[in-house]
Write a protein that binds this ligand. Sequence first.
Ligand code: ASP
Length: 327
Amino acid sequence: MNMLRRTLATASLALAGLGSIAASAQAQDYPTRNITMIVPFAAGGPTDIIARIVTAEMAKTLGQNIIIENVVGAGGTTATTRAARANPDGYTLITGHMGTHAAAVPLYPKLAYHPEKDFEPVALLAGTPILILAKKDFPAKDLKEFVSYVKANTDKMNMAHAGVGSVSYSSCELLSSVLEIKPIGVPFNGTGPAMNALVGGQVDYMCDQIVNAVPQINGGTIKAYAVATPERNASLPNLPTTTEGGLPKYQVSAWNAIFAPKGTPAPILAKLNAAAAKALDDENVRKRLLDLGSDIPKMEGRSQAALAELVKAEVVKWSAVLKPAAN
Ligand code: ASP
């Protein structure tokens, strides 16, 4: 009996050894096939746009295709749950953001994942200032008038967002709490479709990441009242900051980043991180991201450790901002 047990133990040790040799060989060869990048919102929104710009360049470095899969629902949390449960082999990744990997925590008490415990941070891709946007014929010429109008008409205001927990939802929740208003929220599967509704005049206003708004603002199909950052944005030099517009309390900026399921081997994460950092130095990638108003992370912000720190801080920050509103 003892002998049998010993033999079994030796055999299982040998198997474990083989397993780890196989895993490290796998990590060395990675990637040997297509990688799936889950985008937790509809095509055409900021997350989708940023993921497509950066992963197209990462794919060149990695020598494999990166296939974007838009998986929508529940403010991005449906897709993020799926990504958390995916095989941690580097072939399923997610481009998450300040919503899926921070603000969703206080908003969903039964969230099926935790941004820190169930994911490996891979790379921060872009910072994205938040803009206050409205339909073209919204009856306010500047931020002061916008504030008076939404305050006076709060129960009639349709505010578009990308689902509870999304950046647009959380950013406008913050605006509502600063202005002490309660607009009607109109959810979409992403701010790509929400933007279409804003252009079509079916909704009144929206708070969103700058990325899909710049072409619309320049084309005059929507109105922009302010950028909620301390400085103006180079892509929209005529747009005042919230401070200039008389609303200094409203400061908010978001970000997009790549995450892998917990347990993805460190050498694979390192390869992905290096490919993302290289993509962010590519001239064409930089131009496209900057033209759309996003901030490109500086060297010190590009490590996995820096992203881990950011997520940690953002979960704490948004938990404090949104808990009172959610209760
Ligand atoms: N910007 C969106 C949000 O509000 C999502 C998207 O990228 O479509 O979270």
